[in-house]
Design a protein. Structure first.
Length: 330
């Protein structure tokens, strides 16, 4: 029979869509996520600088819906068209879409899951305060908190993170995920004191920059601000993956200045009053799993994400739907 107590690790689109659908079947759910808010790569960076509150959509830039399920998600979240009728964004920020999905859910935020132990029908989830787990910092020595037992555990994480958690309880499932590969992405966030003489969106197919957009031109944003999100191309991001955030920001700002001069000959960027870079190690799936989801009914362990199907946000929701269907047929 289908499991009744389920832990979902990861509160991005796939995890939230799983939870939203499973909740209709009288399932007891617990969600764990290492972020300060749900959303994963559909997140918004909020900072204060120059006497302003700045909001940057520094992950997914826009969303496209080809099927009814994802279109319904966007409609429910009141996502608006930008920069054309084929693409939509959350209002007043991209994180509004996952927040709408997460309404009413029991989510343990800032929890870094370190292990899954136990066995079928009695899984336990071990987790730490995510603020204690940082690159370059020794792993915390205190004992993790333990939650459970759960009938089933769903991993709604990037494939490499799901693989690491499955190596202990289900090495055969972990092995399946080895084929999944991601493209990384460095993202630069900029705030300028004046409007730049550039189009709202610029897409390039070679060089350091792959995408640049006037983030403040999206519907529901503060149009009095001049905010830009600049995303590096996958090759540049891969070659410069281990830069510090400060180094990446400086190099991408230089590349953006060159791009501005190409777009408008003679144009010179004013000095930004805010700049920051963020590294997405698992930005876009490059080699997907080739199956809509991963589920072992005998163990009660599964995994879901856009990486099962392809490099678009809608694939996360489609993968979640496939996993719920597999669970319900158990």
């Amino acid at each position: 029979m289908p499991p009744k107590d389920i832990a979902i690790i990861g509160a991005g689109l796939a995890g939230l869509a799983c939870a939203k659908t499973l909740a209709a079947y009288d399932v007891r759910l617990r969600l764990f996520d290492k972020g300060r808010s749900p959303g994963g790569r559909m997140t918004t960076r909020r900072v204060e600088a120059g006497g302003h509150v700045l909001n940057f959509d520094h992950g997914a830039q826009y969303l496209t819906a080809h099927g009814a399920a994802f279109a319904a998600v966007l409609d429910a979240a009141n996502a608006q068209e930008w920069p054309d009728a084929g693409r939509r964004v959350g209002v007043p920020r991209m994180s509004s879409v996952p927040r709408a999905l997460a309404e009413g859910m029991d989510i343990d935020l800032m929890r870094h899951v370190t292990a899954i132990t136990g066995g079928p029908g009695a899984w336990h989830v071990h987790h730490l305060d995510a603020r204690l787990v940082r690159p370059g910092r020794p792993f915390p020595t205190q004992a993790p908190e333990v939650e459970g037992p759960f009938d089933a555990v769903i991993l709604a994480l990037p494939a490499p993170q799901a693989q690491a958690l499955l190596e202990g309880p289900a090495p055969h499932l972990a092995a399946v995920l080895q084929s999944v590969r991601f493209e990384p992405c460095w993202t630069l966030m900029l705030a300028f004191p004046e409007r730049l003489p550039l189009p709202d969106t610029i897409r390039l197919h070679q060089g350091a920059i792959g995408w640049a957009a006037r983030d403040s031109s999206k519907p529901g944003r503060d149009a009095s601000l001049e905010l830009w999100v600049v995303q590096a191309g996958p090759e540049w991001s891969r070659e410069n993956l281990e830069l510090t955030a400060e180094e990446a920001a400086a190099r991408l700002l230089e590349a953006f200045a060159g791009l501005a001069a190409e777009q408008v000959p003679g144009a010179a960027l004013p000095a930004p009053f805010y700049q920051s870079a963020h590294r997405w190690r698992h930005a876009l799936v490059e080699a997907p799993l080739g199956a809509p989801c991963l589920w072992d009914a005998s163990l009660g362990l599964g995994a879901t994400g856009d990486w099962c199907i392809g490099a678009r946000a809608e694939a996360a929701v489609d993968s979640a739907g496939a996993l719920v269907a597999a669970i319900r047929s158990t």
